[in-house]
Write a protein that binds this ligand. Structure first.
Ligand code: ATP
Length: 235
């Protein structure tokens, strides 16, 4: 049994079919990446897992449990964290308040402190900026805060939607380094990326989406070495 399994998942926006029979698995402890062009269905795939977009046909199984029809607040409780594209931190709240929102529902203050310390161990910059407003942080810092906020719920599966988007190369390197570090510490990660090269380098396995279908899948290294993929996505 896989940690996460999508079986023949389809999804629609009105009459437009965004996903066509998606089969995908993530094993515990893996980094799996979804790559593909704009509009291929990468974000929608994450949204069907977290419950932000309904699954029309097929099923989503998480740790042996059918979560196909679960709403987003329910999947969060089950340990699925979704860091959306564009980060979506609260610009008018402080960094600390943004983090506290991630632990929404947790009453134990000591536990919240512990989780915050853990976030700081990955993102020392976030600690330095604790009392600053979220909106005054740089793009890279906001991405770190968005990931940190997701970690505050102590998830089992971390889904990241284009964490490198719009960031300077040196910051992109840092983000990928932290993704690797989180995974080394045991976090299972499903990563959507436009930056196919970096994503395949860090991932155990990858899926290439094309217009709502899975076109290729395999080990990160194998996909990186495949000339049809390098031509299409790494040129
Ligand atoms: P991107 O990197 O541009 O986000 P993506 O691979 O994540 O691309 P999706 O965002 O999943 O792609 O979009 C898949 C398809 O669904 C596209 O054709 C897109 O135009 C369409 N789509 C996405 N969101 C909506 C929406 N809210 N309403 C209507 N169509 C949508």
């Amino acid at each position: 049994m896989s940690y996460l399994e999508l079986k023949q998942v389809t999804a629609f926006y009105g009459a437009i079919q965004a996903l066509k029979q998606i089969d995908l698995t993530v094993e515990e402890g893996e980094i799996v990446t979804l790559i593909g062009s704009n509009g291929a269905g990468k974000s929608t795939t994450l949204k069907t897992i977290s419950g932000l977009v309904p699954v029309k046909e097929g099923s989503v199984i998480y740790k042996g449990q059918d979560i196909t029809s679960r709403k987003a607040h329910q999947t969060t409780k089950l340990g699925v964290a979704h860091v959306p594209e564009g980060r979506r931190i609260f610009p008018k709240l402080t960094v600390k308040e943004n983090l506290q929102i991630g632990a929404f529902g947790v009453k134990d203050k000591k536990l919240i402190e512990e989780r915050m310390e853990k976030v700081f161990s990955y993102f020392p910059r976030v600690k330095e900026r604790l009392h600053q407003l979220g909106g005054t942080m740089s793009g890279g810092e906001q991405q770190m805060l968005a990931i940190g906020r997701a970690l505050m719920m102590d998830p089992d599966l971390l889904m990241l939607d284009e964490p490198s988007m719009g960031l300077a190369p040196i910051i992109v390197e840092q983000i990928f380094h932290i993704i690797k570090e989180l995974n080394d510490d045991g976090m299972t990660i499903l990563l959507v990326e436009q930056n196919a090269f970096q994503a395949l380098k860090v991932a155990h396995r990858g899926y290439v989406l094309q217009t709502g279908s899975i076109w290729r899948s395999g080990k990160g290294q194998t996909l990186l070495a495949d000339p049809t993929i390098t031509e299409a996505y790494l040129a």
